[in-house]
Design a protein around this ligand. Structure first.
Ligand SMILES: [Fe+2]
Ligand SMILES: [Fe+2]
Length: 140
């Protein structure tokens, strides 16, 4: 695992965190229907944590000698509340997979502290994933 490859991977993760911030801010604002009050709160509550992930990654990328990306992954358009939740579920599933991979790469690179922190982010994203899955369970 080279430093350049690790930086590139962390920058892809950072782009995913920027997507998450934009997605949760946008969906909290735009969600409609009888579940709006609950979903607005649910989406908005994720923003500070995703932003903290982004800040951690940007700091680490700079520490490693890289330049933090400023480009988010595209936020998928959603026609209704259920579709928003499906997009969130997909994004959180992707984040879990990415951070598991990045933690292994960080360990292979020899940065135990980074590997450990990335595993705590896997835990955060797993919490988001599971809460979203519970809301979607049985949603018609
Ligand atoms: Fe995150
Ligand atoms: Fe998340």
């Amino acid at each position: 695992m080279t430093r350049e490859d690790l930086i590139a991977g962390l920058n892809r993760d950072l782009e995913g965190e920027f997507q998450a911030v934009l997605m949760y801010v946008g969906y909290a604002a735009a969600v409609t229907g009888p579940h709006r009050p609950m979903l607005k709160q649910f989406f908005a509550a994720e923003v500070p944590e995703e932003l903290a992930h982004a800040q951690f990654l940007a700091d680490k990328i700079a520490s490693l000698g890289g330049v933090p990306s400023t480009t988010p992954r595209a936020v998928p358009v959603a026609a209704d509340a259920r579709q928003m939740l499906v997009h969130v579920l997909d994004a959180e599933r992707q984040a879990i997979q990415d951070y598991k991979e990045r933690a292994e790469q960080a360990a292979a690179f020899g940065d135990k502290g980074l590997a450990t922190h990335l595993e705590t982010i896997v835990e955060d994203e797993t919490g988001h994933f599971e809460e979203t899955e519970k809301i979607l369970r049985g949603w018609r």
